[in-house]
Ligand binder design. Sequence first.
Ligand code: CP3
Length: 338
Amino acid sequence: MSGLFLDVLTGKKSECPPPVWMMRQAGRYLAEYRETRSRAGSFLGLCGDPELASEVTLQPIWRFDFDAAIVFSDILTVVMALGHPVTFDEGPKLPPLASAEGLERDSVYWRQVLEPVYRTLALTRPRLAPEKALIGFAGAPWTLAVYTAGGGNDEQKAARLWAYRDLDGFQRLIDRLVDCVSQHLIWQLEAGADAVQIFDSWAGGLPPKLFERFVVKPTAAIVHNVRTAIPGAPIIGFPRGAGLAQLERYANTTGVDGISIDPSVAMDWAVERLGAVVQGNLDPLVLVVGGAALQEGVNDILTAAHGKPFIFNLGHGILKETPISHVQELVKLVRNAR
Ligand code: CP3
């Protein structure tokens, strides 16, 4: 499989115009998504129904002709596969976990829980034009641990307190997550994903030792595990909120091919200093506003990344209040780049 997205990600060559897709591109800002979701009954029902999940995976491609589709699922399915309950009610709700001891180790069980993701990929790949990439994904161990320990707010307090109070116990949770996330990514690549992205949405604000131990090391281990099973598998990392020195460390040592950057990072610095193909980083709020702000935002990024291997994306997921016409305008602006 090849095409603009994979050529840039794996060939490390620059293309102008660059490939473009958007994190959370299948979602509530699309009327057709809301319609399919209501047919599924619930968000988790939608994730668990391969036929409907395939449909919403393809909806943004049909509407906007993005260069890549991302399989419709959620990062928290891995936590469910480990036997910990997850529900969604205006965002994820998990009972706080205090020990990794009870987590499921049997990969036959993981596979059973995660099977809808693989079936969605297998259904979707042949429905997608060959030049469009299909992206699989998983949450990174640190971010999944944050949700499992008590939630992703208040500076990730519960996970950090656990890590400081009981380093070995917390490390066991991270190790379980590394195993399941690695396997989940391998299974997705086997089922039809052309590349995978690791979302570390809560990687920001960590002291250097914690960042190294719980973000860099587990990510490097996952990259190693995936590439051992599937040599050359294209992998993008997204350590959202990481400081510049931490981003450099992550890009240059984990082995990822691509690094997704959040809106706080200067694009000219990123393409110069990061040892991976840069993806990003329009502020999702600029896309909500549209008009001159959107033109300027897109233009600044394209100018800074010009001549460097680069994938256009947002700096975080698209917001549900985003007007569809602004997304169409964004794609037009990127595709008109010279
Ligand atoms: O990008 C895509 O289109 C593929 C699908 C996708 C979803 N979640 C669907 C979703 C992906 C890649 C994710 C990743 C994800 N999920 C992340 C990492 C990216 C990020 O945003 O930082 C995280 C942290 C989660 C956990 C999660 N899932 C949260 C915090 C929420 C609630 C926030 C919200 O927007 O409501 C979800 C729910 C969720 N995941 C929705 C979608 C489309 C909205 C659910 C709905 O339809 O009601």
